[in-house]
Write a protein that binds this ligand. Structure first.
Ligand code: HEC
Length: 160
């Protein structure tokens, strides 16, 4: 038993020498940020920043425990997968169809309590969305899509 404990602790100590990747902290706002392409009212901007930006932007604010392995790897995986699916700092680089589709997904995810991830809101209480905040987010996204529908031909937004 003591031997196992010793080795477990030894392994955990060795793991700490593998530093987590902190490359998701950028110097400032990016040119392709969603705010430069879509009207995002201040309260919606705040909601996205508080509840989504840690995994869906180039500005992740890392908690102290992100420095402890293997937690750091686990968080890093969420961040890189989240950004791959949707990066609010790259939104302007997306083709129209992808923008439209990601907003649709956003509505779906928020509506079904799939985002923000439950493992995240467990410790980030401020990121939890109230029923009213969910309604606001979904209504905003729907309005953005509606405006897109008015400004662009349908086949540039949806696959037939
Ligand atoms: C702790 C990290 C984390 C947070 C916080 C988070 N997400 Fe995600 N998100 C992910 C990951 C990981 C994926 C990809 C895997 C998946 O779909 O479950 C994802 C995927 C998505 C997708 C893409 C789905 C698709 O299939 O195209 C949308 C849209 C999304 N998230 C919206 C949001 C919104 C809106 C918020 C804030 C209200 C949010 N997320 C907060 C980690 C996060």
């Amino acid at each position: 038993m003591r031997k196992i404990l010793f080795w477990l602790i030894a392994i955990l100590i060795v793991l700490q020498f593998f530093r987590p990747d902190r490359s998701n902290v950028s110097a400032g706002p990016s040119a392709a940020n969603i705010n430069n392409f879509v009207a995002v009212p201040a309260d919606i901007d705040q909601l996205l920043k508080t509840s989504c930006y840690d995994c869906h932007s180039n500005n992740t604010s890392y908690p102290w425990y992100a420095g402890v392995q293997p937690v750091g790897w686990w968080l890093g995986k969420h961040i890189s997968e989240g950004k791959k699916e949707l990066n609010f700092d790259a939104f302007g680089d997306y083709p129209l169809r992808r923008r439209y589709h990601k907003l649709e997904e956003l509505e779906d995810m928020v509506d079904h309590d799939e985002m923000p991830l439950a493992s995240y809101t467990l410790l980030h209480k401020a990121a939890r969305l109230s029923a009213e905040q969910k309604r606001q987010l979904v209504a905003w996204s729907e309005a953005v899509r509606k405006e897109m529908e008015e400004n662009y031909p349908v086949d540039s937004l949806k696959r037939k």
